[in-house]
Design a protein around this ligand. Structure first.
Ligand SMILES: NC(=O)c1ccc[n+]([C@@H]2O[C@H](COP(=O)([O-])OP(=O)(O)OC[C@H]3O[C@@H](n4cnc5c(N)ncnc54)[C@H](O)[C@@H]3O)[C@@H](O)[C@H]2O)c1
Length: 364
């Protein structure tokens, strides 16, 4: 049996976690032969409901669930973590502006970045889900000077999956037959779900759909899908967010399928002319815990305009939180080269990984 890995989760008593934790314990995030320790983190007033969730997890008798701990201090909950899922965040209240949401959550993510830097495993992989996810990831990463910016990511896989699911439904294809979708930019209504390189059963997707429908309806539908779900069910997406988190982490750890790629919010290295240092969603390929931006894609003028628009929004968000971005981490975030996108969790259990992966070039 492998040694267990530690997975810290904030917002562990919230809606997304309720759809997520049981599936992690069943082996759907890291692998079906990998025992896990769940380090569940909540605010003090949610500790009692969290205790109930822990009891339910115990009652499922998952063979891979090694142990559970519960924490109302982030610094305790993140100790030794190999994976950190930052889901907990203050929700957007009625009439609240996006900029107000950003400033309300920003200090929390700065503190969490510092604690991850101090207490987590040196090869930790962090996924930020709490909104605004890209900018929260930037804040956390900039406050973790001893870790590589490549160890921090933001969730845009839900947007990627939405693009695939809705396109499948529209064309009558199975989602498995749809490949090479790219979601660019921010996890917000400016994101650009790009079908320019997508294929359906190996043939160009854009040749199989009406271009007017794609430009005028489809893109907007994906951009506004989150809001449409809140309107319809009164709560933001939870089960589909959990599915996206599992997909994001599983692919990051285990690799993307041949001939396909996924979308991840990661620190920009300037690829495709996107400003360095912001957390921007790119098409990426993963392999054994490393990821690289898919290079060389042809970008049309139509696509370029949309990529710029969502980039502008992220630059504005960065300005809003400027005082929480320490100067001493600016250089590492602006000078990340593609080859430095590494970070692999080294399991101290005697399994041997191919040598090239052990020699990863982490920024320390
Ligand atoms: N990136 C994405 O694709 C995506 C998709 C869906 C939802 N979200 C975001 O994910 C977040 C969580 O969504 P949800 O539906 O689970 O919300 P929720 O309100 O049901 O649960 C959030 C939980 O987080 C806890 N929490 C708040 N601040 C915390 C902190 N500092 N430390 C630990 N726990 C804390 C709350 O007590 C609550 O239990 C929201 O910000 C939501 O906007 C992102």
């Amino acid at each position: 049996m492998k040694r267990p890995v530690r997975i810290a989760v904030t917002g562990a008593a919230g809606s997304i976690s309720h759809s997520l934790l049981f599936r992690i314990a069943a082996g759907e995030m890291v692998g079906r032969d990998q025992p896990v320790i769940l380090q569940l983190i909540e605010v003090p007033r949610a500790m009692e409901p969290l205790r109930g969730i822990a009891m339910e997890l115990e009652d499922c008798a998952f063979p891979l669930l090694h142990s559970i701990s519960m924490h109302d201090r982030f610094e305790d909950g993140v100790v030794g973590a190999h994976y950190v899922l930052l889901i907990g965040a203050r929700p957007r209240g009625p009439g609240m502006e996006r900029s107000e949401l950003i400033t309300a959550n920003a200090p929390v993510f700065a503190g969490q970045g510092r604690a991850i830097n101090e207490f987590a495993n040196r090869d930790v992989k962090v996924l930020v889900v709490g909104n605004p996810a890209n900018t929260n990831a930037l804040i956390a990463s900039r406050n973790a000077p001893d870790l590589s910016p490549a160890q921090f990511t933001a969730l845009t896989r839900l947007d990627h999956n939405r693009t695939r699911g809705i396109l499948a439904n529209h064309t009558g294809a199975n989602p498995r037959g749809i490949r090479r979708i790219s979601v660019w930019g921010n996890h917000s209504s400016t994101q650009f779900p790009d079908l320019g390189h997508a294929t359906i059963y190996g043939e160009p997707a854009l040749a199989q759909v009406d271009e007017h429908w794609y430009r005028e309806q489809f893109i907007r539908k994906i951009q506004r899908r989150g809001a449409a779900i809140i309107e319809a069910r009164g709560h933001s997406s939870a089960a589909s967010a959990a599915q996206a988190i599992l997909n994001h982490m599983y692919d990051w750890i285990n690799g993307t399928p041949e001939n396909d790629w996924v979308s991840m919010g990661i620190v920009s290295d300037g690829s495709y002319g996107i400003e360095k240092g912001i957390f921007y969603s790119f098409p990426v390929r993963c392999d054994y815990g490393r990821y690289q931006i898919v290079q060389g894609l042809e970008i049309s003028d139509f696509a370029r305009d949309r990529m710029r628009e969502t980039e502008r929004e992220l630059l504005e968000e960065m300005q809003t939180v400027a005082e929480l971005l320490p100067e001493d981490t600016e250089a590492s975030h602006r000078n990340l080269s593609v080859c430095l996108r590494s970070g692999i969790t080294l399991y101290d259990d005697g399994i041997s990984l191919p040598e090239q992966y052990l020699q990863t070039d982490r920024v320390l």
